[in-house]
Design a protein around this ligand. Structure first.
Ligand code: ACO
Length: 428
């Protein structure tokens, strides 16, 4: 392949370098397009064809259904690793040794106390507030209690900020959940594993011991791993672009949480469950809803289906579907909406509308069914996603700052009015 791309614009020819990634992905490097062509830019709404960075964190091949963190396959990590190991891997690039993992966990635990004044902020939210709005605000509020900005030239400073947020975020998640459910706010238990501690912080009743269920711990561990990173998706790109202005880590993360909330992104897990419930309430007629999804006059979309990058299958959905069966079985839960979900998938797999558009179940299609079996309410699903995605956002923010990337600032093609004269109000 030529190492140059030739572009002809208004009769003039320009050459741009071709760059290739380690997995043979090819891009035209247009860094100098505007300067060498006197102002020509590319237009790509939704960035469907635009690479915003070079990244060494996550590789995914949407055609082949491959997802790897730092070179390790998602299937192997979901089976053999725990969430904290995966977090370390994503952020620092290598799997931790036993000592590194112990230190990482100890440092996180040492930072897992949240300023008591944050409780006042939690208290000020009405119980009706959506937990994603609350957790985004609380993450942003952390900047007020930890005002010193991170010196990104100091690995030590960077590390401190990272363990701080990994320690405090689960407490904020638990407080968000407990406040909504009228439970007293409390702290975690230093003797527990990262994921066990999250569950206890969320669910412990004030008047009884929390009984650990290894099935639930393993299920949450696996779900968090599967959600931990997904290269330049909407929320991650948001974190990177906010962070590129050199705003701090916590503020950057809160922008990512807000972006994740939308139903076309992480909010789809809540939307899927609500859709499956609505189909059940409506008599379970999956064909009717398939027809609605295909009807261009109807705004209804089959939530949990389709993906910007995966055009064959989402490897995370495969793992989660299998896990859903096992976990519901192990927990002795019979959930009729699992059958509705399976029926929709079966119909979609043979329906030309879905086949032609390469629409398959994504990570969110089955995850809500597992969360529900674990006792997590629907409006907390996207918060659980955020818990999982936290290390990915951190890794991407760190990479962006260490690579000294320029501030993110896309251009536009202006299509508004050309110059016109101001008319005073009496003449309009
Ligand atoms: N149901 C019905 N039709 C769909 C669906 C769906 N879920 N998804 C895409 N389509 C159709 C579109 O109408 C469009 O049809 P057309 O070519 O006839 O106009 C075609 O498939 C392509 O869809 P786009 O919206 O252009 O694809 P895009 O890559 O922009 O969007 C997205 C991807 C947002 C995920 C989309 O498939 C969707 O809305 N899915 C439902 C929401 C969802 O599950 N989101 C979670 C994604 S995973 C994650 O973020 C964690």
């Amino acid at each position: 392949m030529s190492d140059k791309a030739t572009i002809e614009i208004k009769g003039k020819t320009y050459e741009f370098p071709i760059i290739e990634g380690t997995e043979n992905e090819v891009a035209i490097d247009i860094k100098n397009l505007r300067s060498s062509t006197e102002g020509v830019i590319t237009l790509d709404p939704g960035y469907k064809n635009t690479g915003s960075c070079e990244s060494a964190i996550t590789f995914l091949d949407g055609e082949k259904g491959i997802l790897r963190y730092r070179g390790y396959s998602i299937e192997e990590l979901a089976e053999k690793a725990n969430f904290l190991e995966v977090a370390f891997l994503l952020i620092f690039g290598e799997l931790p040794t036993k000592e590194q993992l112990e230190k990482f966990h100890a440092d996180i635990k040492a930072q897992s106390v949240v300023d008591e004044d944050v409780r006042k902020i939690v208290d000020a939210f009405p119980k009706s507030a959506h937990p994603m709005g609350v957790i985004a605000s609380l993450t942003s509020a952390l900047t007020a209690f930890n005002p010193s900005s991170v010196n990104v030239n100091s690995e030590e400073d960077m590390y401190k900020a990272i363990v701080k947020i990994l320690g405090k975020f689960p407490v904020l998640v638990a407080w968000t959940f407990r406040k909504k459910n009228g439970l007293p706010l409390d702290y975690g238990d230093k003797n527990l594993g990262y994921v066990e501690n999250i569950l206890k912080m969320m669910f412990k009743q004030p008047n009884e011991d929390y009984l650990f269920n290894p099935i639930v711990i393993n299920a949450l561990d696996k779900l968090l791993i599967l959600h931990a990173d997904h290269e330049q998706n909407c929320s991650t790109s948001t974190v990177r672009i906010a962070g590129s202005s050199h705003v701090g880590l916590f503020a950057s993360l809160s922008t990512g949480i807000s972006a994740l909330w939308g139903p076309l992104h992480g909010g789809a897990n809540q939307a899927v469950l609500e859709m499956l419930e609505a189909i059940k309430e409506d008599g379970g007629d999956t064909e009717k809803y398939m027809a609605k999804a295909k009807d261009k006059e109807d705004p209804f979309r089959l939530m949990g289906f389709g993906h910007r990058v995966y055009k064959n299958f989402d490897p995370r959905a495969k793992i989660i579907k299998k896990a859903a069966d096992e976990i519901l079985n192990d927990l002795g839960v019979e959930d009729p909406i699992l059958n509705i979900a399976k029926a929709l998938e079966q119909e979609a797999l043979k329906d030309p509308y879905f086949v032609d558009r390469k629409l398959y179940p994504n990570v969110d299609f089955y995850s809500g069914i597992i969360y529900r079996a674990m006792g997590i309410p629907t409006d907390m699903f996207t918060v659980m996603f955020a818990l999982g995605r936290l290390p990915g956002w951190i890794a991407q923010w760190r990479e962006m700052r260490l690579n000294n990337e320029p501030i993110g600032r896309p251009r536009q093609i202006y299509v508004g009015e050309t110059l016109r004269s101001f008319k005073t109000i009496d003449k309009r």
